[in-house]
Every structure is written in C-alpha cells, then in structure tokens.
Design a protein around this ligand. Structure first.
Ligand code: NAP
Length: 210
C-alpha cells in the first residue's frame, strides 16, 4: 500500500520550518538559506558536493515517489494566487517529475510543466488530498513536501507514515513552527536520530504498527 513520506524537511532547534516574513525576494523570510546549507553541500544537490551521511539521507527524497502534496506557501510567495502567470519557483522544468497537488483555498486550472511535473490545485481536506495523490501515485508513495503548516495538519490527522526531519543548530525565534498542537506525537512513532559532522541531526519518525 502507498505510504505517505516526508523527506529533508529542515527545522531550527526551536522548531521553525521557515522564517518570516515570506516574500518573493526571501522565500524563507529572515531564515534566508540557513535551514538548507547542510543540503547545498551534498552531492544530492550539487554534483561537486559531498557524498557522506547528509547525502545518504538527502538522496532518499525521490526514489519510490509517485506524487507530491505541498502547501500554497511552498508553491509561491504571498499573493501568488493574484498572478495568473505564476507557475512555481522552479522554472519550466521543475525537479518533481510527478503530479504535484498544491493545497490552496483559491484553486486554478492544472499546469503541465516540462519533465513530467503537473501542478494540480486542490481545496480539500488532508485526507481527500491524500486520496487523490495516492491515486495519481499508483503503486508508488506520496511525498508531503511542506511547508510546516501542511505537515503539521497531516501529522495531526495521523496521515504520515514516515518523516525525515533535519534539525539545524540555529535558533530562528519566529516563523512557522512545526510542533504546535502535536502533543505526544512521539507515542505514535519509532524515532531515531543521527548527528553528522555538518552539525545537523537527522530525525526519522516511522509509524508504529499497532
Ligand atoms: N524547512 C523546509 O525544509 C521547507 C520545505 C518546504 C517549504 N519550506 C518553506 O515553508 C514555507 C511555507 O510553509 P507554511 O507553513 O507557511 O505554508 P504551507 O504549509 O506551504 O501552506 C499553507 C497554506 O496552504 C493552503 N492550505 C493548507 N491546507 C489547505 C487545505 N486543506 N485546503 C486548502 N488550502 C490549504 C493555505 O493557503 P491559502 O489559504 O492561501 O490558499 C495555507 O495557508 C515557505 O517559506 C517555504 O519556503 C520549508
């Protein structure tokens, strides 16, 4: 059966998945690129990058994935719904190469991009969105791509099978927090942690079979 997976989602020590304010010039707000410097140094991101432990985790992002679900604020900066030409941050050939379901209260027609990515726009509950994405993924898994709000909502509904977080040793102080309203979440998952020389800690949450 299709699994719902999260990979490479970076949070600060104080649990923020992005800074503020989000804008076209600064998609992560005052966090800048600090949540992802560990990833930019990997071969997953850059052919000249390192092939160590961070890379081994990062590379798990794509294999076995047949669709992605993301939130409106990952797809674009505040107000993108007013720009009829906005088709995401990633250029004409986005890296997803699968159907991508963008959750938004202001859906629009689907956009077919180069390389196998098609953006579909859904105003739906997490369970409904997952049903649609799983159908599109066929035998493959669905990746939940973020941001923090969407991941928190899916965790709260018990819809996440596997979550890989990367805890980055910075304190953002403000932004969008992942953990609010998820008290005792740890009881539903087997959790492992691996710290790497770059200073980040990879946390994997695998849903317990009860
Ligand atoms: N740390 C990381 O690794 C990582 C990864 C990916 C993204 N990010 C960053 O995270 C930030 C975005 O996260 P976020 O928490 O602000 O927002 P988000 O989770 O991307 O999107 C939340 C928005 O999606 C729409 N939405 C959510 N659920 C919906 C539903 N069930 N039905 C209809 N619409 C729904 C709503 O927007 P509307 O009401 O406006 O439609 C909601 O405000 C960006 O800065 C992005 O760059 C970080």
């Amino acid at each position: 059966m299709s699994q719902t997976r999260i990979h490479n989602f970076a949070i600060s020590l104080d649990g923020f998945g992005t800074g503020e304010p989000q804008s076209r010039e600064a998609p992560f707000g005052h966090a800048g690129q600090r949540l992802h410097e560990w990833m930019f140094a990997t071969r997953f991101w850059d052919a000249a990058g390192a092939a160590g432990a961070d890379n081994a985790f990062a590379e798990r992002h794509a294999p076995g994935i047949g669709a992605e679900i993301m939130g409106a604020n990952k797809f674009g900066p505040p107000g993108w719904q007013d720009d009829a030409d906005w088709d995401g941050w990633w250029g004409p050939n986005p890296p997803f190469r699968t159907p991508v379901f963008v959750l938004t209260h202001r859906p629009r027609s689907s956009i077919e991009m180069e390389g196998g990515t098609t953006f579909h726009f859904l105003d739906a509950t997490p369970a409904e969105a997952l049903e649609e994405a799983a159908r599109a993924a066929g035998d493959l898994d669905v990746r939940l791509g973020g941001g923090a709000t969407v991941i928190r909502d899916f965790l709260r509904e018990g819809l996440v099978d596997h979550m890989h977080l990367v805890q980055v040793p910075i304190l953002l102080g403000r932004g969008v927090r992942l953990w609010d309203g998820l008290e005792s979440l740890e009881g539903s998952y087997s959790i492992e942690a691996v710290s790497t020389p770059s200073g980040v800690t990879h946390l994997t949450f695998s849903r317990r079979r009860s």
